[in-house]
Design a protein around this ligand. Structure first.
Ligand code: UDP
Length: 344
């Protein structure tokens, strides 16, 4: 039996790399492409250490049609694609909107065209809970409307989902599942793989761990005057390994025989709302380290409160989160320490 081959764009990034590990564990053969614009080769080494596999890897940009076509031609028999390659920072997208639209839309459009040319019909797309904008009610389920996006990043995810829905409607062979991530955090429990921002982190947990280890002076919590119990934003923090495993469930379903609708979408969250301040306190409690933090001004583009209703993914894909936020914080800290040469 030949193993199913899955192209993983952005496979050297945080979510992509953890998913590659889970794909190998489930008997798939991932083919990674990455241009290292926001990622580092260290993660590829981490995947190799965990899996013991020598990776299939092509360096390049998936908005580069010539490069992408060469990969499809060379690999020949791809069964599906997971598209992680995208810019992902809310704050940065407010400062550089055109760069975000350019990158996130072009890479998807190019990919979908090249897939069609090569008769590859199965795609898992990295979407985000930001598609809901500021939801009217929480927990938010998949029937919630796309309200106005709070950031250009969120708008790119809305547009990409629209493009995919239209593409599926026009092409009966194409099957797409969009996975709407809430806030992935943590690291592989082996501490061999984790989040590695190439410069100043934009996301909360790497900023926490870099501050705790002494690389950053202070964590600023963006906004303490929101209409929430402690005044800070509320998110649904999901362990990266749980998130990665959901991708395997999604591709299993997509490649299996089914008569389902060809465009599907699922929330990926724990169903628990946790405030930014609660998460910071939990980090201090779980690790026992000191953390220099203060409440600062709000950050433009932030949704105030969101967490997932995850009933649909549980029913249809048989997936639910297994780890708690404290597990993710412990694993993120172990990874940060290993990365900086401190024993765990
Ligand atoms: N956040 C913060 N300080 C930081 C980074 C993030 O207070 O240095 C907050 C941010 O305002 C948001 C939450 O943490 O309320 C999660 O932000 P992140 O960028 O990790 O993910 P997002 O929800 O924007 O996708």
């Amino acid at each position: 039996m030949t193993l199913k081959k899955i192209l993983v764009t952005g496979g050297a990034g945080y979510i992509g790399a953890h998913t590659v590990v889970e794909l190998y564990a489930s008997g798939y053969t991932p083919v990674i492409i990455d241009n290292f614009s926001k990622s580092d080769r260290t993660l590829l080494e981490g995947i190799e250490k965990i899996t013991g596999k020598s990776l299939i890897f092509h360096e390049g940009d998936c908005a580069d049609r010539k490069f992408l076509k060469e990969v499809f031609e060379k690999e020949g028999d791809l069964d599906g694609v997971m598209h992680f390659a995208a810019y992902k920072s809310v704050g940065e997208s407010v400062e550089h909107p055109v760069m975000y639209y350019q990158n996130n839309l072009n890479s998807l459009l190019t990919l979908v065209e090249v897939m069609k040319e090569h008769k590859v019909n199965n795609l898992i797309f990295s979407s985000s809970c930001t598609v809901y904008g500021e939801p009217d009610s929480i927990p938010v389920d998949e029937s919630a409307p796309f309200k106005k996006a709070e950031s250009p990043y969120g708008a790119t995810k809305q547009m990409c989902e629209q493009i995919l829905e239209d593409a599926v409607r026009a092409d009966k062979k194409l099957k797409v599942t969009s996975l709407r991530y809430f806030n992935p955090i943590g690291a592989h429990p082996s501490a061999m793989l984790g989040e590695l921002p190439i410069d100043r982190p934009n996301n909360l947990v790497p900023y926490i761990t870099q501050t705790a280890i002494g690389i950053r002076k202070k964590l600023v919590i963006f906004g303490g005057d929101y209409d929430t119990p402690d005044g800070t934003c509320i998110r649904d923090f999901i362990h990266i390994v749980d998130l990665a495993q959901a991708h395997v469930k999604a591709i299993d379903k997509l490649l299996g025989k089914n008569e389902d609708e060809h465009y599907q979408y699922f929330n990926l969250g724990t169903g628990q709302g946790v405030s930014v301040l609660q998460l910071v306190k939990e980090f201090i409690e779980v690790t026992g380290v000191k953390l220099n933090y203060e409440i600062g001004p709000r950050r433009a583009g932030d949704v105030v409160k969101t967490y997932a209703n995850s009933a649909k993914v549980q029913t249809e894909l048989g997936w639910s989160a297994q780890y708690a936020a404290k597990d993710a914080l412990r694993d993120a800290w172990a990874w940060e320490k290993r990365l900086r040469g401190l024993t765990t």
